[in-house]
Design a protein around this ligand. Structure first.
Ligand code: TRP
Length: 325
């Protein structure tokens, strides 16, 4: 089976934007590929972080992904720093990567702007480590969000450079972009994002979901129930498309355009469907929260399985680049 790798930042809670935008797709990919999903703690160290909290954040991420449906029987869920071959390969790739390629990456420029007090070399090297994450498993594809495409482009360039210098070694990994629409936040304007505080989290209680949806921005044409709206321009309607039956969608569409249904009722149907969608996931979350030893064991097993592959690759690479035996 072809292999794919994707990396998960250990940044705690997941929201429905992560879920519909990416994770649901990863779950599906488990059927077709040998998947390795890595919690990338080395990447998390490139910005200011709390060393006492990092292990908890790795645990949170593992629980979130297990609850969302990453199946340890099918995929390897692992922690990046448990497989030191990732960093060993990074060093070797550093030596074939021109400095200018890394300086050109748009996320590097953004991060320099955002982290004026901590412009460390790791920020520059971030995409090279990401490249190592992917190619140490000879992955053929990488499921990522749109924002990661410049990194993937750099990965492909590094692979071409390595292969032409030392002989064909790595496949050029292709991005797999989620077909799930970009999820807009409760403000109705910007992408759902933790830093913008416009999220519904996978762990939000039914009461919280109802409350958050009740104040979520809808089509601004609808000041009163008697104002007809344009569902295509309403964020709540775009969520209906992900969560509601065709009949419910039609019912809400008609109610909105004919001004026969208020936003309140429309949101109520959505809230119920979202709560039902998240219920099994939240049940699993409760389970894993009280079985953290089992989570540790899953990460340990995933790490060993990943490492067995990584060691084969690094051995081949060491020989190709002429390191001492
Ligand atoms: N840069 C990715 C992000 O911020 C995380 C990541 C690290 C990654 N290594 C990866 C993603 C390898 C895909 C493949 O989301």
């Amino acid at each position: 089976m072809d292999r794919i790798f994707s990396g998960i930042q250990p940044s705690g809670s997941l929201h429905i934007g992560n879920y519909f935008g990416a994770i649901k797709q990863w779950i599906k990919l488990q059927e077709k590929y040998q998947c390795i999903y890595g919690i990338v703690d080395y990447h998390a160290m490139t910005v200011v972080y709390d060393q006492k909290e990092l292990p908890d954040r790795v645990m949170d991420a593992a629980i979130a992904y297990l609850s969302a449906g990453v199946d340890p029987e099918k995929s390897a869920l692992m922690v990046q720093s448990q497989v030191p071959e990732h960093t060993e390969l990074t060093w070797i790739l550093n030596t074939v990567t021109p400095l200018g390629w890394c300086e050109r990456v748009p996320t590097f420029k953004d991060k320099v702007r955002q982290n004026r007090d901590n412009v460390n070399l790791g920020l520059l090297d971030y995409p090279v480590l990401m490249t190592a994450d992917i190619i140490i498993y000879k992955s053929v594809a990488v499921p990522v969000g749109q924002d990661q495409l410049p990194h993937l482009e750099l990965t492909r360039e590094i692979v071409r450079k390595f292969n032409s210098t030392f002989g064909d070694t790595f496949p050029e990994p292709k991005p797999i972009i989620s077909e799930g629409a970009l999820i807009i936040g409760l403000d109705g304007k910007q992408k759902m994002s933790k830093s913008l505080d416009n999220c519904i989290y996978l762990s939000d209680s039914p009461e919280k979901i109802k409350k958050k949806l009740s104040t979520a921005v809808t089509d601004t044409r609808r000041q009163r129930k008697t104002d007809p709206g344009v569902p295509q321009e309403c964020n709540i309607y775009s969520l209906h498309k992900l969560l509601s039956t065709p009949q419910q969608q039609q019912y809400c569409h008609q109610g909105c355009t004919q001004a026969s249904m208020g936003c309140f009722e429309c949101k109520k149907i959505l809230a119920e469907n979202l709560i039902n969608e998240l219920a099994p996931l939240q049940e699993k979350q409760q389970f894993w929260l009280s079985h953290q030893d089992q989570v540790r064991e899953i990460l340990h097993q995933g790490g060993m399985a990943a490492r067995a592959i990584a060691q084969q690759t690094i051995q081949e690479v060491r020989e190709k680049v002429g390191l001492w035996k």
